[in-house]
Design a protein around this ligand. Structure first.
Ligand code: HEM
Length: 375
C-alpha cells in the first residue's frame, strides 16, 4: 500500500490564509510555549531540590530560593497553557490529517493531559502554600514534577507518532481503544530528553533576573545569580550532545533531506553558535556578582535565539519526515480572507504587546515582602 494513502482525505474547505502565515504564527507561538515550558520544568526541578536540601541542612537561603521560585510557578503555568493553545490550533490547521490521526491513536492518553494539567496546577499552588508556611514541600514538588514530565512525554509521543504514518495501522489494529502509547521509535527518548535538559539550562535565565530584585538579602541574590549562570552554562553542554543524538536517530531519508536543505544548515549553525555562547556567557555571568540587567538580558536574547533555532529545525524534522511519506504541508488550496487576516494580525500583535506590558508592570511593581522560614 502506498504510504500517502495512510493520510485521511484533505478537508475540501480551502485555508483562509496563506500557508506561510500559519507557519510563521505557529513557529513564533511555539518558541513562546517552549520558553514557558522550560521555565516551568526547570523552575520546579530546582525549587524541589532546594526545599528538600534546605530543610535537611536547615539552610534558610535554600528554602528562600525555593520559595521565590515556586511562588511564581502557578503564573508560569498560565503562560504554558495559554501559549500552548495557539500552536496547537496552527498545527491542527497545517498538519491536521497527521495530528488528528496520531491523537486518536493515543486518545485516552491525549485526553488525560487535561486532567494531568489540573492535578499539576493544584500541586503547584499547594507546594507554594506549604513553602510559604515553612512546611515540608519537597514530596509535593516531586509528584508535581513527575506529572509535568509525563505531560511533556505525552506531547513528545504524539508529535513523534504523527510523523510516522507507517506505524499507524499496526497501532490501531493492536490497540483500537487508544490506551497505548507508541513504542519502538528510537527518536522519542532523545527528543524528549532534549526538551528536559533544555528546561534545566534555560530556567537559569529567569533566576538571573530574580537575583536583581530589591528586597532580597544579598545572600539570596548571590545564590540565585550563581545558580542562574551555572545552570545555563552546565546544562547546555549535555543538551548539545543530546541534540546530536536527536539528529543521528532520525531515519536516513530524514537526515539526508535535512542536510540537503541549506535553510536547515543555517538553523543548525545559529543553534550551535548560540549554544556555545550560552555555555561561555553563563559561565562568565556566574563568576560575576549580580549587577544590572545588561548581562541577563543579553544572555536571554541568546537563549531566545537558541530556542528559536531549535523550533525551526524541529519543524524541519516534521516537514521532511512527512514529505518522505508523501505529505506536503505547502500543497493546500488557499482562499485568503484578507480582512479577517488583517484583523487577526492586529489583535495578535496587540495581545502580545499587552502581555509584554503586563510583565513589565509586574517587574516594576513595588515588591511585596517575601519571607520564608523553616518550621
Ligand atoms: C505542563 C504542561 C506542558 C508541558 C510540560 C508541555 C511540554 C511540551 C513538550 C516537551 C513539547 C515538545 C514535544 C516534542 O515535540 O517532542 C510540547 C509541544 C507542544 N505543546 Fe506543550 N506542554 C504542556 C502543556 C501544553 C498545553 C496545555 C498545550 C495546549 C493547549 C500545549 C501545546 C503544545 C503544542 C501545540 C506542541 C507542539 C506542536 C507542534 O509540534 O506543532 N502544551 N509541549
Amino acid at each position: 500500500m502506498e504510504l500517502v494513502s495512510m493520510f485521511p482525505a484533505v478537508d475540501p474547505i480551502p485555508l483562509p490564509a496563506p500557508v506561510w502565515l500559519f507557519k510563521v504564527l505557529h513557529l513564533l507561538t511555539m518558541v513562546l510555549h517552549f520558553s514557558a515550558v522550560h521555565f516551568l520544568l526547570g523552575g520546579l526541578t530546582l525549587a524541589t531540590i532546594w526545599v528538600i536540601w534546605g530543610r535537611r541542612k536547615r539552610d534558610v537561603v535554600l528554602v528562600e530560593a525555593s520559595g521565590v521560585v515556586v511562588s511564581r510557578l502557578p503564573i508560569v503555568m498560565t503562560y504554558v497553557v495559554n501559549l500552548g493553545v495557539p500552536p496547537l490550533l496552527f498545527t491542527q490547521v497545517l498538519y491536521g490529517r497527521a495530528l488528528y490521526t496520531s491523537s486518536v491513536l493515543i486518545g485516552a492518553w491525549w485526553i488525560s493531559v487535561v486532567f494531568l494539567l489540573m492535578v499539576s496546577y493544584a500541586l503547584l499552588y499547594y507546594m507554594s502554600a506549604r513553602v510559604n508556611a515553612g512546611r515540608a514541600a519537597g514530596w509535593i514538588g516531586f509528584i508535581a514534577l513527575l506529572v509535568v514530565i509525563k505531560i511533556g512525554a505525552i506531547y513528545t509521543d504524539n508529535m513523534s507518532l504523527m510523523i510516522r504514518p507507517q506505524a499507524w495501522l499496526e497501532m490501531y489494529r493492536s490497540f483500537p481503544e487508544g490506551t497505548k502509547l507508541p513504542s519502538g521509535d528510537p527518536t522519542m527518548f532523545p527528543r524528549w530528553l532534549y526538551m528536559m535538559l533544555g528546561s534545566l539550562a534555560i530556567s537559569g535565565l529567569p533566576l538571573l533576573f530574580l537575583a536583581l530584585k530589591q528586597g532580597y538579602t544579598s545572600e539570596l541574590r548571590g545564590f540565585l545569580h550563581r545558580w542562574g549562570g551555572r545552570m545555563v552554562a552546565i546544562m547546555t553542554v549535555p543538551q548539545i550532545a543530546v541534540a546530536i543524538w536527536v539528529y543521528r536517530v532520525e531515519p536516513d531519508a530524514v537526515q539526508m533531506g535535512l542536510s540537503a536543505n541549506s535553510y536547515y544548515t543555517v538553523c543548525v549553525i545559529l543553534w550551535a553558535a548560540t549554544a556555545l555562547l550560552l555555555v561561555l556567557g553563563g559561565a562568565f555571568v556566574s563568576l560575576k556578582r549580580p549587577g544590572g540587567a545588561l548581562f541577563p538580558s543579553l544572555l536571554s536574547l541568546i537563549g531566545f535565539l537558541n530556542v528559536s533555532a531549535m523550533v525551526l529545525y524541529r519543524d524541519g524534522i516534521r516537514d521532511v519526515a512527512l514529505g518522505v511519506s508523501g505529505y506536503d504541508v505547502w500543497d493546500r488550496a488557499v482562499n485568503t480572507n484578507w480582512s479577517t487576516v488583517i484583523l487577526f494580525v492586529i489583535l495578535f500583535v496587540a495581545a502580545l504587546a499587552i502581555v509584554g506590558w503586563l510583565i513589565s508592570v509586574v517587574a516594576k511593581a513595588k515588591p511585596v515582602e517575601e519571607r520564608y522560614v523553616i518550621n
